[in-house]
Design a protein around this ligand. Structure first.
Ligand code: 13P
Length: 251
């Protein structure tokens, strides 16, 4: 069956020393605890190798926030999926709305990134979600379905089964506005149904679907109690132990 996952997306926050300090705190906080979810930290690229050396990956898992859509070569400034894997990273966030909005990422490039991540045994945390105008027009279900179809539906069922999805309504990211528990459940069920229609119920039932967007200590329990919400992708609240741990312990 599918896993519960709480993943922190640090975005472009924390220098190396600050990042290592937080990871050390997190590692001690989870030590000796039996958690009902996997805990992942998705750090900036330059922190990955150092964080990897610090963590016990049975307790805290490591992810990146992006990878290149090319294997290797003359692509100045890019970081390949193979490089990420060589640091010990296990996950990579792909298709975050900030990358789509500010760096022009499209389903075409994302499809390449997903394949390269899988080829390097990284688990993509693939983000989907509508903007406010789309939600207000009642188009959220169509938007997320199209995002999944365009970037992921050329995968085999076997490969699709290795992906984690994260529903992140853009209007809820960093705004303090969270989707209600009912809104989250409704669209997560729709996402699972979309996967089932293509790959069958077993693959759909085994796919972890995380919620992201102003998830915090106060709302995580209610969000995670929904049958189709399998954890969270956490931004702001992942930057401090005392705001992140209650979310980890919300299961
Ligand atoms: P916030 O939790 O800061 O709203 O960010 C969510 C997010 O974008 C995680 O990827």
């Amino acid at each position: 069956m599918r896993k519960n996952i709480v993943a922190g997306n640090w975005k472009m926050n924390k220098n190396l020393q600050e990042g290592l300090d937080l990871v050390k705190e997190l590692q001690s906080a989870v030590f000796g605890k039996t958690l009902k979810c996997d805990v992942v930290v998705c750090t900036p690229f330059v922190h990955l190798a150092s964080v990897s050396g610090l963590i016990d990956k049975n307790k805290v898992k490591l992810g990146a926030q992006n990878c290149a859509d090319k294997v290797s070569g003359a692509y100045t400034g890019e970081v390949s999926a193979e490089m990420l894997a060589s640091t010990g990273a296990q996950y990579v966030i792909l298709g975050h709305s900030e990358r789509r909005a500010y760096y022009g990422e499209t389903s075409v490039t994302l499809s390449e990134k997903v394949k390269l991540a899988l080829a390097n045994k990284l688990t993509p945390i693939f983000c989907i979600g509508e903007v406010l105008a789309e939600r207000e027009a009642g188009k959220q279900n169509t938007v997320v379905k199209t995002q999944i179809e365009e970037a992921l539906f050329d995968l085999s069922a076997d490969d699709f089964g290795k992906i984690v999805l994260a529903y992140e309504p853009v209007w809820a990211i960093g705004t303090g506005k969270t989707a209600t528990s009912a809104q989250a459940q409704e669209i997560h069920a729709h996402i699972r149904q979309t996967v089932a229609a293509k790959y069958g119920q077993t693959v759909a039932d085994n796919t972890s679907i995380l919620y992201g967007g102003s998830c915090n200590a106060g709302n995580a329990k209610e969000l995670f109690a929904n049958p189709d919400v399998d954890g969270g992708l956490i931004g702001g609240a992942a930057l401090k132990l005392d705001t992140f741990m209650p979310i980890v312990e919300a299961f």
